[in-house]
Design a protein around this ligand. Structure first.
Ligand SMILES: [Zn+2]
Length: 262
């Protein structure tokens, strides 16, 4: 009778530990997506800012060109006036104006060149960022698709685990199940362990003799007083060896004793 319960608990343990792993995986899936989305948003924001700078630069060039045209026209007007001047004083004044207008022209041309260079650099980096954004968007789409497929698979696996769980759970005590689930969650998926040589194979603590006897009787479900795992007494050596972290003192004599007592 009790043997069956332990068997069921072990089966349930297998289902539950898989279930918790899968649940955790499903929970963690959107994280990689968040990182990629954040990166994409940052790239887009940067691109918009740079694009604004580009527009501003273009507007500056436009206004510089207008001012350059004006300066050129002014200089040309002065040069025409040169043909009709009559006095040395007029010549000197005009010459000064022409020099001033020429300087202004040169200064504007320099500014335009500098601005054009900046604009060109901006354009290059905008193009670079455009392709980076496109690439990132592509990656994100692929990632979303992959994740959707993956989640779909995981969810259906989870569903099948839940169905298996539902087949076992009704046969077991509700309170035991409740405790058992908590232990499995907190103890890395292991909630039921055999006692071997008076030691809980879950936490390797030596159990009180009286308590071990209770476990051996197998009349009720007992929890390890140290690690809270459910304990069962295993009378097959093979099973023990699977769970046991061989301790050197676990002598054959002890095992022999157990066999005799059975
Ligand atoms: Zn224990």
């Amino acid at each position: 009778m009790m043997h069956e319960v332990f068997e069921k608990l072990r089966t349930l343990q297998e289902i539950l530990s898989k279930k918790y792993d899968i649940e955790k995986e499903i929970e963690e899936i959107p994280r990689s997506l968040t990182t990629k989305t954040e990166l994409l948003n940052r790239l887009k924001k940067q691109y918009i800012e740079k694009n604004t700078s580009f527009d501003e630069s273009r507007a500056r060039i436009k206004s510089l060109r207008i001012r350059l045209e004006e300066a050129e026209k002014l200089r040309e007007d002065y040069e025409k006036q040169m043909d009709v001047i009559k006095t040395q004083r007029e010549y000197e004044a005009l010459d000064k104006e022409i020099k001033y207008a020429t300087e202004k022209e040169q200064q504007l041309r320099k500014e335009i060149l500098r601005e054009e260079k900046e604009q060109e650099e901006l354009q290059h980096s905008l193009k670079r960022e455009e392709s980076l954004i496109a690439l990132q968007e592509e990656e994100l789409t692929a990632e979303k698709e992959r994740i959707e497929n993956e989640s779909e698979e995981k969810r259906s696996y989870l569903e099948s685990l839940k169905k298996e769980e539902d087949l076992i759970v009704p046969d077991l005590d509700e309170e035991i199940i409740f405790k058992f689930e908590r232990i499995i969650r907190s103890k890395a998926g292991i909630g039921i362990v055999p006692v071997n040589n008076s030691v809980c194979t879950g936490c390797h603590m030596l159990l009180p003799a009286q308590f071990e006897n209770e476990v051996r009787k197998g009349e009720e479900i007992l929890f390890c007083p140290y690690c809270s795992r459910i304990l069962f007494y295993s009378d097959t050596e093979m099973e023990d060896e699977i769970y046991l972290n061989e301790d050197e003192d676990g002598s054959l004599a002890d095992l022999g004793d157990f066999e005799f007592e059975e």
